[in-house]
Ligand binder design. Structure first.
Ligand SMILES: C[S@@+](CC[C@H](N)C(=O)[O-])C[C@H]1O[C@@H](n2cnc3c(N)ncnc32)[C@H](O)[C@@H]1O
Length: 287
C-alpha cells in the first residue's frame, strides 16, 4: 500500500460530518429528520434499489470512499462477491481495515487503491464474473466518465451466464435549461471555476440525454433515470447550516468548515439557477 505523503483531495475529513462510526462522504438523499450519515446511507440505498442489489450480486464498486457503502452491501444486501477501487490512499487503507475488522477478509483483500482509468487493465476484475458495477456519488470526479462506462460495459459483458448485468450511478448532470448557450457567460464562468475547485472535469458535466447516449453508445440498454435533485442539493446545505457550531468545533481549522460551506452555497446556486441536477441512473447489458 502506498503512503499518502502529500495531503489528498479525498481523505478522511468527512468524519466530522458523520454520526456514530460513519465516514460517509456523499451529498445524501435527505428525508425529514435525517442527519448526515442517515442521508448518505439513504443515497446508497437508493442506488442499491436502482440496480436491484441482492445475494446474487457480484459487485465492482468504484470510488467507495471509506468503506461505509461496502459494509452496507455486505451486511444488508448479502452480496455474493465484492471488489472495488478507490483513488484515495487513506480512504482505501481505512476501508480495508474496517472490512477486516468486521470479518469480511476476502472483500478487504479485493479492494484496492487505484485510478478508475486503469480499470480495463485489471485482469483480476474480468475473471470474477462481475454482474453489477456501482459508482455512488463519484463518477463526475472521474477523469472520464465515458471511459468508465465503456470499460464497465466490457467487464459486465464478460460475465458469463447472467441475465441481470447492471451498472448504477448517483451522479451530477447539467440541467437541460443550462445546456448550450442557455446560460449567461457569467454563470458559465462561475460554474467552470467551481467545477475546477471541486476537481470535477468539465467534460463530465453533461445533460441527461447526452449521458444516456454515452451509455447506449457503449452498448448498454434499458437506461433508467430518476431526478432526485430536490432531495439532495438544498437539504444538504440546510443541514450543514443547522450544525454550524458543532462542525466548526470539530473541524478546528476554519478552512475545513469553509470547504463544506462553499460546497453547499455552490450547490444551492446551481439548483436555484437550474444549472445542475442530481440523478440516479441505471442501465443493463443484455447477455
Ligand atoms: C464524493 S466521494 C464519495 C465517496 C463514497 N462513494 C460515498 O458515497 O461516501 C468520491 C469518491 O470517488 C473516489 N474517486 C475520485 N476519483 C477517482 C478515480 N479517478 N478513481 C477511483 N476513485 C476515484 C474518491 O477517492 C472518493 O472516494
Amino acid at each position: 500500500m502506498k503512503q499518502a505523503l502529500i495531503p489528498e483531495f479525498y481523505d478522511l475529513s468527512e468524519r466530522i460530518l458523520n454520526s456514530g462510526d460513519g465516514y460517509w462522504g456523499n451529498l445524501g438523499y435527505w428525508q425529514p429528520g435525517n442527519d448526515y450519515s442517515m442521508a448518505c446511507e439513504g443515497l446508497a440505498r437508493q442506488l442499491a434499489a436502482a440496480v436491484d442489489l441482492n445475494p446474487d450480486s457480484r459487485v465492482l464498486d468504484a470510488g467507495f470512499g471509506c468503506g461505509d457503502q461496502l459494509l452496507l452491501w455486505l451486511r444488508d444486501y448479502h452480496i455474493e462477491y465484492l471488489c472495488g477501487i478507490n483513488y484515495s490512499i487513506s480512504q482505501t487503507e481505512l476501508a480495508q481495515q474496517r472490512l477486516s475488522h468486521a470479518g469480511y477478509h476476502d472483500a478487504a483483500n479485493n479492494i484496492h487503491q487505484s485510478d478508475v482509468t486503469v480499470l480495463s487493465e485489471s485482469t483480476e476484475v474480468t475473471t470474477k464474473n462481475i454482474n453489477t458495477v456501482l459508482a455512488l456519488d463519484c463518477a463526475y470526479h472521474f477523469p472520464s466518465r465515458k471511459k468508465f462506462i465503456n470499460d464497465s460495459y466490457k467487464i459486465l459483458k464478460h460475465a458469463s451466464n447472467d441475465d441481470n448485468k447492471t451498472i448504477g450511478f448517483t451522479d451530477i448532470i447539467l440541467a437541460e435549461t443550462a445546456a448550450g448557450n442557455k446560460i449567461s457567460w457569467e454563470k458559465r464562468l462561475f460554474l467552470n471555476i467551481m467545477l475546477r475547485l471541486s476537481q470535477i472535469p468539465q467534460h463530465n458535466i453533461m445533460t441527461l440525454s447526452e449521458y444516456e447516449n454515452q451509455l447506449k453508445q457503449a452498448g448498454f440498454e434499458h437506461v433508467v433515470s430518476q431526478d432526485i435533485s430536490d432531495q439532495v442539493f438544498l437539504p444538504f446545505g440546510h443541514w450543514l447550516n443547522s450544525q454550524e457550531d458543532s462542525i466548526k468545533k470539530a473541524a478546528g481549522k476554519r478552512s475545513v468548515w469553509l470547504k463544506y460551506k462553499i460546497t453547499t452555497v455552490f450547490l444551492a446556486w446551481a439548483y436555484k439557477n437550474q444549472v445542475l441536477r442530481y440523478v440516479i441512473v441505471s442501465a443493463a447489458v443484455e447477455s
